[in-house]
Design a protein around this ligand. Sequence first.
Ligand SMILES: C[S@@+](CC[C@H](N)C(=O)[O-])C[C@H]1O[C@@H](n2cnc3c(N)ncnc32)[C@H](O)[C@@H]1O
Length: 368
Amino acid sequence: MRSPSTGTVEDSSSALFPVGRQGKYSDSTWPVGGLQMDRDPEHEPVMAAEVVALFATVPPGVVLDATVGAGGHAAALLSAYPHLGLFGIDRDPTALEIAASALASFGPRVVLHHARFTDLDRVVGAAWAAGRGHWPSSGEAAGAPCSISGALFDLGVSSMQLDRAERGFSYRRDAPLDMRMDPGASSSALDIVNGAGPDEMASWFRANGEGRLAGRIARAIVAARPIATTARLAEVVASAVPAAVRRRGHPAGRVFQAIRIAVNEESEELAAGLPATLGLLAGGGRCVVLAYHSGESRFVKQTFANAVSGGCVCPPGLPCVCGASAEFQWVFRGSRGASAAEVSVNARASSARLWAVERLGGRGDVDR
Ligand SMILES: C[S@@+](CC[C@H](N)C(=O)[O-])C[C@H]1O[C@@H](n2cnc3c(N)ncnc32)[C@H](O)[C@@H]1O
């Protein structure tokens, strides 16, 4: 077994480790300073109380935290529900070090793994084998081997990734362009900012809400190449937009987000990981997603609506004659946002949309 900082996504079983087990991750082996940041409201997990409440009815077994990050949501879930174990993944080895330290007190109830959403099909089976005997009920209550009691996706970038200048995510901190959530990934922001064509780049910006300025910003970036740092990229973007737009806030925010989404192939990751996760849920199990921009929310909504309708293609309002059979139900209609109180202390919560579905066949309470 290996720590996630050296394990690769191609090598699933070797990077698996139950937290707190002797000789694996421990506070002494992996001292991590980032945890102290969690006392700052901006580093608290978003909508944590709402997320925890959504897991109250899931059957005993294992919850997948597909974006374990600093382990904030994971710790809240494990504290609230002693009948649950947790399988946490993250593509960022530094995040896993932080999570391992934060979750050490939960011992073998937690198994962490360096993996991406696109690996989920493959790694869940291996994790299930590692957690068997440690996880409450080990998922057997759910029926099929490897079934999970719930799943959480808290999408996007973490505070830690934004705060550490050397990760090259933030237009507010000058550093070499990077933006890879997994520093072992092959392509960075430096590569794509200096390598992509103007049309491709404009399509990223357009998809991320840049509208008619998308082409203009993309052409300005291409003309200014080579661009090596976050500060230079932010400057080029700012100079490409009219003064009136600059007065509404730094125009680099959405452009940086669009580049980060492209670098990390976030749309492709979600498109593979979310449906795969729904397929793993036991009866009564819930899938909960926190989305932070309209592209994410649109995809989550479509995927969940499709699961709830069973893929029904009949016209809305008419009886189903296509033979589709629903396997999921909404936990609540549409999505929910953070409270005004939370948004006032944590700006990141302002864009959060919470979505949840439940697999039929459990005893969960569903509020409509
Ligand atoms: C918003 S943070 C999660 C914070 C976490 N819920 C907490 O309470 O600390 C998102 C995390 O998901 C990870 N991530 C994003 N996309 C991923 C993917 N496709 N596969 C695995 N991890 C991913 C990021 O590296 C980051 O650490």
